[in-house]
Design a protein. Structure first.
Length: 440
C-alpha cells in the first residue's frame, strides 16, 4: 500500500518514472531493510554514526546491532524494536528508493511531508499508511455519513490482503448515482438493512482475470465461469463478515446468492472505492438502504461439478460437498482429501444435493446455506426425511442466526463458517465420523 501510493506520488511529481516505480516495487518484495537506515529514520542515530558503524562492520566482521550497542549508540531495547520493524514495507521502499535512484536520503522527509499533505493524512493516518494498518488509514479514504460503508471497505481490503495481494493501493471513495461497468459480481444482504456489496471491472482493465489468478493460483486467457465464481466467493466472504458484525448489534440479515453481469450500468445511489493492483483498477461498489438497479440481464454462471471420486473411498470416511461456488468446493475437496477423507460426490445446489446424497449415501454431507434453485435448508429437510440418521455440516456465515437455528431443528449437527478455517473444518467433520472411524 505505502510503496504503491507514495510511488505514484513520486511519478506524478516527475521525481521518478513509471518504469522505475515498477522496478522498485518488484525489488521491494525481496529486500531486507538495513538497520542503519532504520536507526536514522527513527532518530536513534545520525547518518554519520550509521556510516561509521558500517565501516566498522567491514573491519571487525560484526553485526550492525552489536557494534551500535558496544558504541553506546543504541540500547538493547532499541535494537530489539528495530529488528521487529525490519520487514516493514515502508522502510523497504525508502531504502530501495535511495539505493536504486537519484533520490538522496536528505530529500525523503520533504517528499514524505508533501505526500502526506497532498492526501490530507493526519499524523496517525500517515503512520497507519506506512505500517499498512487498514483500520488506521481507512477513514482517510472513506468518508460517508452512511453507516457501515467504512466497515465494508475495511473488510474488503483486509480480504484483499488475505486472499489476493498486499501490493495494492486505493483512491478516495466517491458517491455515484449511475456507473457503467465491463463486469460485475455483486451480492445483496437484506433484512434490517438492504446492503449491496460488489466488485466492478471498468472497461479495458481485465482486472477480474488478474484477481482470479491470485485467488485460485491458475492462469486464465479470458474471463470465464471460474473467474466470476472466484470473484463472487471473495464478495461472499466480505458479505459474511459484515452480517456477522451486524448480528453483534442484534440486526437480522440474510444473504442472497451472488449475481453476475456484463456491460451494463448500475443506477441508484451508491459509493465506489477504486482499488489498484498489478497496474489494473477494480472498483468496490457499496449501496446501503438505497433503491438501485444493478442490471437487467444477469449471467448464468455455473462451474462444472467435479464428479470424480477420491481414491480409497471404501476405507475412508466419505463426504458429499454441496456449494454453488466451484472454488469453495475445490477448497474443501483439497483440504479433506489431504486429511484422510474421501469425496464421493459434489453438487451445486440443493436439488442436486438430494439426488447425490441418495446415490452416494456418504458419512457426511456439507451443505452451503445460500444457494440458488434450492437453498441448503430446504435440501437438508428433504435429506433428513429420506435418511433421519444423515450427518450434515452446514456452511454458513456466523451472522445467519435464524438459518442456524432452523438447521438445528431439522437435524444439522455442525456449522462451518466462511471464510474457511481449515483447522475448524477438520475438527468439526472428524467429530461427525469418530464413532465409525476412531483413527480420525
Amino acid at each position: 500500500m505505502f510503496g504503491e501510493l507514495f510511488g505514484r506520488y513520486l511519478v506524478e511529481e516527475k521525481i521518478i518514472d513509471d518504469s522505475t516505480l515498477s522496478n522498485l516495487l518488484k525489488e521491494q518484495a525481496k529486500t531486507r531493510v538495513k538497520l542503519g537506515m532504520m536507526a536514522v529514520a527513527e532518530g536513534l542515530c545520525t547518518k554519520e554514526q550509521a556510516d561509521e558503524i558500517n565501516r566498522k562492520q567491514q573491519k571487525e566482521d560484526k553485526r550492525f546491532g552489536d557494534i551500535a550497542i558496544e558504541s553506546g549508540i543504541l540500547s538493547e531495547g532499541q535494537l530489539e524494536k528495530l529488528l521487529e520493524k525490519q520487514g516493514s514495507p515502508y522502510m523497504k521502499f525508502i531504502q530501495i528508493l535511495v539505493d536504486e535512484t537519484d533520490v538522496e536520503s536528505f530529500e525523503i522527509d520533504s517528499y514524505l511531508e508533501n505526500f502526506r499533505k497532498k492526501w490530507g493524512f493526519d499524523e496517525s493516518e500517515f503512520e497507519a499508511v506506512k505500517n499498512e494498518n487498514v483500520g488506521g488509514y481507512i477513514s482517510a479514504f472513506v468518508s460517508s455519513s452512511q453507516p457501515y460503508i467504512s466497515n465494508i471497505a475495511g473488510q474488503t481490503l483486509r480480504n484483499m490482503i488475505r486472499f489476493v495481494t498486499s501490493d495494492f493501493y486505493i483512491d478516495k471513495l466517491r458517491r455515484v448515482d449511475e456507473i457503467p461497468y465491463e463486469a460485475l459480481a455483486i451480492q445483496h444482504c437484506h433484512g434490517d438493512h438492504s446492503i449491496y456489496i460488489g466488485l466492478m471491472e471498468p472497461e479495458g482493465e481485465n482486472s477480474f482475470i488478474t484477481m482470479a489468478e491470485y485467488i485460485t493460483g491458475d492462469r486464465f486467457d479470458s474471463i470465464s465461469a471460474i473467474v466470476y465464481d472466484s470473484i463472487g466467493e471473495f464478495i461472499n466472504a466480505v458479505s459474511g463478515l459484515i452480517i456477522t458484525e451486524l448480528a453483534s448489534e442484534r440486526l437480522a440479515m440474510e444473504i442472497t446468492p451472488q449475481s453476475f453481469y456484463e456491460k451494463q450500468v448500475i443506477k441508484g445511489h451508491g459509493y465506489v472505492l477504486p482499488i489498484f493492483f498489478e497496474g489494473k483498477e477494480i472498483d468496490l461498489y457499496i449501496s446501503i438502504d438505497s433503491d438501485i438497479n444493478v442490471g437487467s440481464t444477469p449471467l448464468d454462471i455455473k462451474v462444472q461439478v467435479d464428479t470424480t471420486r477420491s481414491e480409497g473411498a471404501e476405507k475412508k470416511p466419505t463426504v458429499v460437498i454441496v456449494d454453488d461456488s466451484g472454488w469453495s468446493r475445490t477448497i474443501l475437496r483439497n483440504l479433506l482429501e489431504k486429511n484422510g477423507f474421501a469425496i464421493v460426490g459434489e453438487a451445486g445446489n440443493g436439488s442436486e444435493a438430494i439426488e447425490v446424497y441418495k446415490k452416494c449415501r456418504p458419512d457426511v454431507i456439507t451443505l452451503d446455506i445460500t444457494m440458488p434453485t434450492m437453498d441448503g435448508i430446504e435440501a437438508l429437510r428433504h435429506i433428513m426425511e429420506f435418511d433421519p440418521s444423515a450427518k450434515a455440516a452446514m456452511i454458513t456465515s456466523a451472522g445467519q442466526r435464524a438459518k442456524v437455528l432452523e438447521s438445528l431443528k431439522l437435524g444439522a449437527e455442525k456449522f462451518i463458517t466462511k471464510p474457511f478455517d481449515p483447522n475448524l473444518v477438520l475438527t468439526e467433520l472428524k467429530s461427525l465420523v469418530k464413532d465409525k472411524y476412531p483413527e480420525m
